[in-house]
Design a protein around this ligand. Sequence first.
Ligand SMILES: [Fe+2]
Length: 347
Amino acid sequence: MISSEPTFRPLDGASFGVEMTFDDGTSATALDTFIAAADEIRARFKTAGGLMVVKGLTALEKAPERFVQISETFGSEVENYHETPTATRFRHNTIPQVLILSNLPPCNHPPPPCPEPRLTDSGGLVVQFPQQQNWHTDQSFRRPPPDITLLYGVTTPPRDQGQTLYADCTAAYAALDRKTRARIQGLQGIHVAGWTGRTPDDVRQGVTPLDLPPHQAPQRHPLVRFHPDSGKPALYVCEERQMDFVAGPIEGLGAGPDGEGATLLRALLRHATRPEFTYVHEWSPGDLVIGDNRCLLHAATWYDAERHARLMWRTTVMGNPGEEYSGDTKSWIPPAGFEPTHGMEKA
Ligand SMILES: [Fe+2]
């Protein structure tokens, strides 16, 4: 018997997104209900532009395997991080589909730097690039890139730190002027993992980029992606540490950190992260945030890692990247003779 139907309401403080709550998120019944109501929940997620916040689902902390089951309702494949180029310190002890993001050992994943200033004159959090850095879409260094990321807060810093920011890139694209839309039509961004020696700082400092095997090579994606469900165009770009400033960041435009491509990329990021397109998630333990990488950007913010612990679980769902990727084989599968994590000692 399934009870405790979820309730939905628009997300506070955002022009997109939906909030879902259960009568009792501490009970395993809420997890049963989540799976039983998956069709409606997924429909609400799509209608809301690909962002859903589930509050108070603390029952999930005791059942990481149910996190995988919930993730499976959002797509055909949930990533197994033991089989992909994922550094071992991010692995969950027992569930290979769960990625750990934490400042605690053995993960030791630090927060991003604190921007200066951190707050606006009116006391709000600075969200817009370039003051706020770290804006990205997950794993854009792969083709096809993943569809959806589910992020669950197990241990979270105080509510005014360690937020996750989301930006609605469908609305941002729709608000572009006609000239910019025409300019970016057909252009491709060149994406690559940040540890490969291709960031603006790496290039400026004369770092020799790593010689990458094929499964870690930079990948091209259109600056404008059409969502496979809605058909709507959305900007698809990443901040500087996840794009290739040796060959790019934008194919066919002047390369390097001060080239024409970099100037365009920064202008698009500045536009897409304007406050009216963004949502700031203040975490509480038990929150689950589901974000569509095909049409959103997101960013983690600074927290005081000396004083506070942060432990997040993440799953990544893939399988419906859109027509652009039809016929692609997974770029991250290593060729014979290479381990998935080959060369990732610095990752
Ligand atoms: Fe991310």
